[in-house]
Design a protein around this ligand. Structure first.
Ligand code: FMN
Length: 345
């Protein structure tokens, strides 16, 4: 598949969040997952846009090497939102200015107002901002001055009697100039557990037409159709894309997009899956090094080969590979593992 990035996936474009995109299926920001090589894989599979992992503005101002490396954008990537996090507007602005000064062509600036993890909350960032509307609004206003569309991402808010609810919070962000607001239908205290409240996301989307993207439990064509019919302008694909990356061409085909190339037949052939996995391995090792490549290949393997007969033998081999040479040999010799696996089943 190398060389044929995104075969035959072009079609009519439309505007989402101030950007001209080919379709409404976005890769959500995922720390530890949406690295450039993985974004390229999802771009190949048809994503309309991707997010970076959340990037610490404080880290950028301290010139932290690892944080700065997170700004890397691989050749041939599609539209990209740089998602930033900070606990105050000055740090957010300084971080954003540093990021843009490095010359990486980002298409929009995201603000993480959704992360429920203690190390982020402790800094006054992520979902902590959901209880600080004035600060969240100030962040959107100021970031807007940098000239790129601003895409904050929030969570469902259960009003406590004094603060805003999800709709009031999202409305204030839009009024402050947010071009798109991603709404995750779980509350911060739910973290990633339980179900996402789709009705709440749609309530916000109906009241704010054209600017709300749905996040939470997007795992198939029906979820996407429901979100779009409910007034969302796009959807953010997260764990659903990790557990089944080929859901992307399936969704696009369901929405009537001409994905135009038989490599994305439903279900995709095992050769297509192996080629995608091999391209992913090559990109991961080239852009991020062998150590990171090993971790992400192990994490993403099950999704790429999901449901293929004989898969468990290959899964065991990939999971137990302890050095890059062995991993490469397994990726090259994929066929024998599946043949053996089918015999054993
Ligand atoms: C591993 C992982 C990392 C995530 N990292 C981020 C992040 O950096 N920024 C963010 O806004 N959301 C992050 N999220 C949340 C997702 O973008 C998404 O909103 C959430 O997973 C709900 O969607 P889902 O139920 O379809 O997985 C992350 C989620 C996961 C599973």
């Amino acid at each position: 598949m190398t060389g044929s990035l995104r075969p035959g996936m072009e079609g009519p474009s439309f505007i989402v969040g101030g950007l001209e995109l080919s379709n409404p299926i976005m890769m959500a920001p995922m720390a530890g997952v949406t690295l450039p090589a993985v974004r390229r894989m999802f771009w190949r599979l048809g994503a309309g846009l991707a997010h970076t992992e959340m990037v610490s503005c404080a880290g950028l101002t301290r010139k932290n090497r690892k944080t700065t490396e997170m700004l890397f954008r691989a050749p041939g990537e599609g539209p990209l939102v740089l998602q930033l996090f900070a606990g105050d507007s000055d740090t957010l602005m300084r971080g954003a200015e540093i990021a843009l000064s490095l010359g990486v062509p980002f298409d929009a600036l995201g603000i993480n107002m959704a992360c429920p993890m203690p190390k982020v909350l402790k800094k006054g960032a992520g979902a902590r901002l959901l209880s600080r509307l004035d600060l969240a609004v100030d962040m959107v206003r100021r970031l807007n001055r940098l000239g790129l569309p601003v895409w904050p991402k929030i969570r469902k808010i259960v009003p406590d009697g004094s603060g805003p609810d999800t709709l009031e919070f999202a409305s204030a962000l839009v009024e402050a100039g947010a071009a798109n607001v991603g709404v995750h239908g779980r509350t911060a205290s739910q973290r990633y557990e339980g179900t996402s409240d789709f009705d709440e996301v749609r309530r916000v989307a109906r009241a704010l037409p054209g600017v709300i993207s749905a996040s939470g439990d997007i795992s198939g064509p029906e979820d996407v159709s429901k979100a779009l019919a409910g007034g969302c302008v796009s959807v953010f694909l997260a764990r659903g894309g990790v557990t089944d990356p080929f859901v992307l061409p399936r969704i696009l085909s369901h929405l009537g997009y001409n994905i135009g190339d038989s490599v994305y037949d439903d279900p995709p052939s095992i050769e297509t899956r192996a080629a995608l996995f091999s391209d992913l391995a090559e990109d991961l090792s080239t852009f991020h090094g062998e150590r990171v490549a090993m971790v992400l290949l192990k994490r993403l393997m099950s999704g790429v080969f999901r449901g293929v007969p004989g898969c468990s033998s290959y899964r065991r081999a990939i999971a137990s590979a302890s050095d890059w040479g062995t991993m490469c040999a397994h990726i090259r010799d994929w066929r024998q593992f599946f043949e053996r696996g089918i015999k054993d089943e």
